[in-house]
Design a protein around this ligand. Sequence first.
Ligand code: NAP
Length: 203
Amino acid sequence: MKNGKRIGIMGGTFNPIHNGHLLLAQRAQEQVLLDKVLFMPSGNSYMKENVLETQKRVDMVALAIRKYPDFELSMIEAQKSGNTYTFETLKFLTRSNPQEQYFFIIGADILFQIEQWRNPEQIFQRAVLVCAVRDDYDIDAIHKKGNVLAASGADIIYLNMPRLDISSTDIRAKVRSSLSISELVPPEVAHYIEQEHLYYEED
Ligand code: NAP
């Protein structure tokens, strides 16, 4: 039994970070009693195309979490060259900090993708999955999938969350159409997007 801190990992492309990501991390922190949450922007998001340059996504994450004392920016993946894989990140973290207990925070969609990632069983060995079940999801399908993953070693905690109809894709589309995003992202992030003139052109 590990007796160190309980550390959440909120990984994401964050293109851009939005209020849904922040709420997910807050809910995880409250419900799983995490000592802190590492916000970890991806470097090379090899499964996504035309992603905004890393430094700008990192800047937005730093601005968004500034007011949360238990949220911390982690540059592990952003600074890595080449593709980043969650199993490698967790390997690095658990070897560097063997006492800490890690919780990988995800939306339920990822439960249905994680088996296609590289070495998922190594992810399951090194972190508990904290999975957001938004209240419009098919709970039976999620639990069924969860049971399949549990048979491969996954330890899953399900989080109750209200549905927040926000996605990074929608935010980029709104900016392109000159629609307001003030309800979707923290004000500092909206200001940064405007100042840096981000997302005004097609992805
Ligand atoms: P993302 O699009 O920026 O989303 C980050 C997380 O926020 C996801 O779990 C997403 O869940 C959740 N989310 C988004 N909108 C939400 C909302 N409105 N309310 C609540 N939750 C919301 O990041 P991503 O590209 O999916 O990457 C997530 C993590 O997976 C990163 O750490 C990345 O490195 C990792 N990853 C690893 C591999 C690999 O190891 N091979 C491959 C791909 C990704 P939903 O998807 O359910 O919306």
